[in-house]
Write a protein that binds this ligand. Structure first.
Ligand SMILES: Cc1cc2nc3c(=O)[nH]c(=O)nc-3n(C[C@H](O)[C@H](O)[C@H](O)COP(=O)(O)OP(=O)(O)OC[C@H]3O[C@@H](n4cnc5c(N)ncnc54)[C@H](O)[C@@H]3O)c2cc1C
Length: 377
């Protein structure tokens, strides 16, 4: 079947990359981007950093404009899919016909509040970051639930504004993601910046309505003017239930980002079967870009090269600009390749037992991402 009309469901980096890549690859038919958000496509990356601090404006988070001939349907959620008829069903009942479809509906923040309980803050959308920036003005304390990248970035930003900040997690912050050595290095900087870190093995319950703090597993109550949950994300894949597409921790794609004939997927909404029965998502910016490209090229050419996972990630917190090339968590201790560990401007290398480089990390050390990637085996 010839492709005259390709629809991209989603409105952020994976969707925008896919739509742009279709044009770059020479696709001359119609391209329509259907996004649930009313805002024009923007990057989430600065939301927990500059936008929340106020050093970056919401406008500066905008993604580069799409080619003029890409049709934008903003504020329009995809609500269902009839695969056999190649029809995307919209919330509200409309239908968009497609010849090819890219699924890039991303993820949303996981929440802890009970149904109807008010006041829980999360950081996923521009509106979320703006809500925190507004509430922050009158706040003197914050509890951040979740010590992953996002939670630790949010804590860093709020601390920068002078709030008393407590991060609560069930395990030591960042360890599951970064491995013990790097997690400890970053955590040390957090403590020096005056952030309080609390482990609550039994988790927490958000208390009050509106929420005024968290109750730990041991019964202790920690009050906060702001309570921010940063406890992971949920893929926006429910709209595909009943479509017949394979759903497991998101919509399942193969090594070419294919979901089904004439359907591909990219970004935080997709998972890949990494071992039998284990479906893993890679919810990072670089991966969304790489998959967005692959999703576009695979639609146009079924023989396109397989997608290569891009294990590149960065985070900014507590004065540390950390760039990681390699698949975390990082096991063992690194070698110092250049710079100064104590001076916090350093280039680090992790290796395996054969002395092959498994990861390279720069901390406040200027090196282009492409060079970091190249250094990894
Ligand atoms: C605050 C924050 C900071 C981050 N910082 C970093 C960082 O420093 N480094 C890094 O590598 N990664 C970072 N990330 C992760 C990175 O932003 C994500 O991996 C990336 O946004 C994924 O892009 P995506 O397009 O797949 O999904 P999303 O960004 O989730 O976008 C999905 C889009 O689809 C739309 N949508 C949802 N449902 C529907 C529907 N039914 N119909 C139509 N449209 C729909 C949504 O409205 C949204 O526009 C951060 C994430 C957050 C939230």
């Amino acid at each position: 079947m010839t492709l005259d009309h390709i629809v991209v469901a989603g409105g952020s980096i994976a969707a925008v990359t896919a739509a742009g890549a279709l044009r770059t690859a020479g696709f001359g038919g119609r391209v329509t981007l259907v996004s649930a958000e009313r805002a024009a496509p923007y990057s989430r990356v600065p939301l927990s950093k500059g936008v929340m601090i106020g050093t970056e404006t919401p406008e500066s988070a905008a993604l580069p404009a799409l080619p003029d001939d890409v049709e934008l349907m903003l504020g329009t959620a995809a609500a269902g899919l009839r695969v056999d008829r190649r029809e995307l069903i919209l919330a509200g009942g409309g239908v968009v016909d497609y010849d090819g479809l890219v699924i890039a509906t991303g993820a949303r923040a996981r929440r802890l509040a009970a149904p109807g309980q008010r006041g829980e803050l999360v950081v996923r959308t521009l509106a979320d970051a703006e809500a925190i920036a507004e509430r922050r003005a009158d706040a003197s304390s914050a509890v951040v639930v979740g010590g992953g990248f996002l939670g630790m970035e949010v804590a860093s930003t709020l601390r920068h504004h002078g709030l008393e900040v407590t991060v609560v997690d069930m395990e030591p912050p960042l360890r599951r993601l970064l491995g013990p050595w790097l997690a400890e290095y970053v955590t040390k900087a957090a403590l020096e910046h005056g952030v309080r870190l609390v482990i609550s093995e039994g988790g927490v319950v958000l208390e009050g309505d509106p929420i005024s703090g968290v109750r730990l597993g041991n019964g202790e109550f920690i009050a906060g003017d702001l309570v921010v949950s940063a406890v992971g994300d949920i893929p926006n894949a429910e709209w595909l239930e009943g479509s017949g597409l394979r759903l497991a921790n998101g919509v399942v794609v193969d090594e070419r980002c294919r979901v089904a004939p004439a359907i591909t997927g990219a970004g935080d909404v997709v998972s890949r079967e990494v071992s039998p029965g284990v479906f893993r998502r890679t919810p990072h910016w670089s991966n969304a870009v790489a998959q967005g490209r692959a999703a576009a090229t695979s639609l146009l050419d079924d023989g396109a090269s397989p997608y290569v996972p891009d294990h590149y990630f960065w985070t900014e917190q507590y004065g540390l600009d950390v760039k990681i090339a390699g698949e975390p968590p990082l096991v063992g201790e690194p070698d110092v390749l250049a710079g100064d560990l104590d001076g916090r401007e350093v280039l680090l290398r992790w290796s395996n037992t054969d002395d092959a480089t498994t990861a390279v990390v720069s901390i406040n050390y200027r090196m282009p991402a492409a060079r970091l990637r190249k250094m990894v085996a």
